[in-house]
Design a protein. Structure first.
Length: 467
């Protein structure tokens, strides 16, 4: 048996030799041997169990399983050269060249000479289906299901894995982190929540250097239990560290990665106590529609103002930069009677004061905490401030703070941008929003610590904000 360092070198050399465009277009990204071994050890697979990796590539998961003493290993892949390398390292009998996404599970198992298995592991390809990337199958019902559930190769791989795992068996796949919350994946996510046990979610962060997104390790048991709890882990200090367990029944669709009990309690308070934006809004919310050369674009907006024009004195719109960065947070301004392009999310309300109030709440640390943590699952990537996210924001309006927040926002529209005075009023805005939502000191401290760790320090210059 090869040593770990030698295995890592040989498998890595194969991926390095591949054309980067080819890898990206086909969703081919090698899982480092060290990470694959951590996952195999995390799953605590019995030595006598059969382990299958249907999209094995160069077989780092199977090589790790063999090093852990598991002998009954099987793999398949569509890439001929990857299969040949895997056969050299593991043996031709257990690795086959098969398109396991195009073929149904029964055909794959028959070609491998095995029946339904207790463990399926791996890192399936993830790339959106398109004219150039498609699944070569005549199983049109399967294709329809894949397209309805997210139209991505990894969705097809998950469906096929469910066809090949035995009752009570385990599927553990590295998948995109946005599978947990993006609306396009809702169909399969709801199916898993209603029909299977989601045993654990490990937040792997950005574990592939050439992949734009972040990843999770999703582990599923093929069977349902009413009392199942999902264990959440983070990748830290070279291992998987458990953070919290949440009853699976708590989740209806989106699966939120909570860091600890405080995180969970803040979510429940905000989500259960207050109305949502969707319940309060009275006007339009969506992308701007103007094609005018004078229309405001996303890049023209700064916090509480515009870069090239003055904030209007009349009207009933809020303009929000559609690109959301966790480092900067919401960037929005009272839009009044101006026009906006499609790079701007527009909110309208019959009451102009409500528009200023909304502008204030959106810029608060509380709102940005809610978006980053509970809508975007701590993603460090740029997202979109689309209505399906904004409408989830809890929106509380209290007479004792409403006018104060409106007045602070109007002041922020006038004072010099990013000046000492500007920072003082931003701090006052945050104080008023926390007061409005009735949060305690410990909760506020947790939110402030989280936001300061995520956002750029330019938005949190404590010396400049000091009274």
């Amino acid at each position: 048996m090869f040593k770990s360092d030698e295995l890592n070198k040989r498998t890595n050399s194969y991926e390095i030799a591949l054309n980067s465009v080819y890898k990206k277009d086909n969703g081919i990204f090698n899982t480092e041997f060290s990470l694959a071994k951590k996952i195999i050890e995390f799953l605590d697979i019995p030595k006598e169990a059969i382990v299958l990796d249907p999209c094995c590539g160069v077989s780092n998961f199977l090589l790790s399983a063999k090093q852990c003493g598991i002998k009954n290993i099987f793999g398949a892949d569509i890439d001929k050269k990857a299969v040949e390398l895997s056969q050299e390292l593991l043996g031709a009998d257990c690795i086959k060249k098969i398109d396991t996404i195009a073929n149904n599970g029964a055909i794959t198992l028959k070609k491998l000479g095995i029946e339904k298995v207790p463990y399926i592991v791996g890192n399936p390809p993830y790339v959106p289906l398109s004219r150039s990337i498609n699944i070569e199958t005549k199983d049109y019902l399967f294709l329809r299901n894949v397209k309805d559930a997210g139209s991505n190769l990894f969705i097809g791989a998950l469906f096929r894995a469910l066809e090949m795992v035995q009752d009570g068996g385990i599927i553990s796949y590295i998948v995109p982190k946005n599978f947990l919350h993006v609306a396009g994946y809702s169909l399969l996510r709801r199916k898993l929540l209603k029909e299977k046990q989601i045993l654990s979610v490990v937040d792997l962060g950005k574990c592939f250097k050439d992949v734009r997104g972040e990843q999770i390790l999703l582990t599923i048991k093929n069977g349902f239990a009413n009392d199942n709890a999902i264990d959440f882990f983070s990748l830290a200090n070279g291992g998987f560290v458990k953070t919290i367990s949440i009853a699976q029944s708590f989740f209806n669709d989106e699966i939120i990665i909570f860091e600890n009990q405080s995180d969970f309690e803040i979510y429940k308070k905000l989500n259960d106590t207050y109305q949502k934006f969707s319940n309060v809004k009275t006007g339009y919310i969506g992308r701007g529609r103007s094609k005018s050369a004078n229309a405001i674009s996303g890049k023209d907006i700064r916090k509480f103002g515009f870069k090239t024009v003055a904030v209007p004195q009349k009207g009933n719109q809020v303009f929000i930069q559609n690109i959301y960065s966790a480092e900067a947070g919401i960037i929005a301004c009272f839009g009044g009677d101006l026009e906006a392009t499609e790079t701007v999310t527009v909110f309208t309300d019959g009451d102009p004061k409500m528009c200023h109030y909304i502008t204030g709440v959106l810029h608060s640390n509380l709102c940005n905490f809610f978006l980053v943590k509970y809508c975007y699952n701590n993603s460090t990537l740029t997202m979109h401030t689309d209505p399906n996210y904004l409408l989830r924001i809890p929106l509380e309006r209290k007479p004792e703070t409403f006018d104060q927040i409106v007045n602070v926002v109007k002041t922020l529209e006038k004072v010099d941008y990013m000046s000492n005075e500007w920072f003082l009023f931003v701090a006052e805005l945050n104080r008023l929003v926390y007061q409005t939502y009735g949060l305690g000191k410990e909760q506020i401290d947790f939110i402030e610590t989280t936001i300061k760790a995520i956002q750029s320090s330019r938005w949190h210059n404590d010396e400049r904000k000091a009274m």
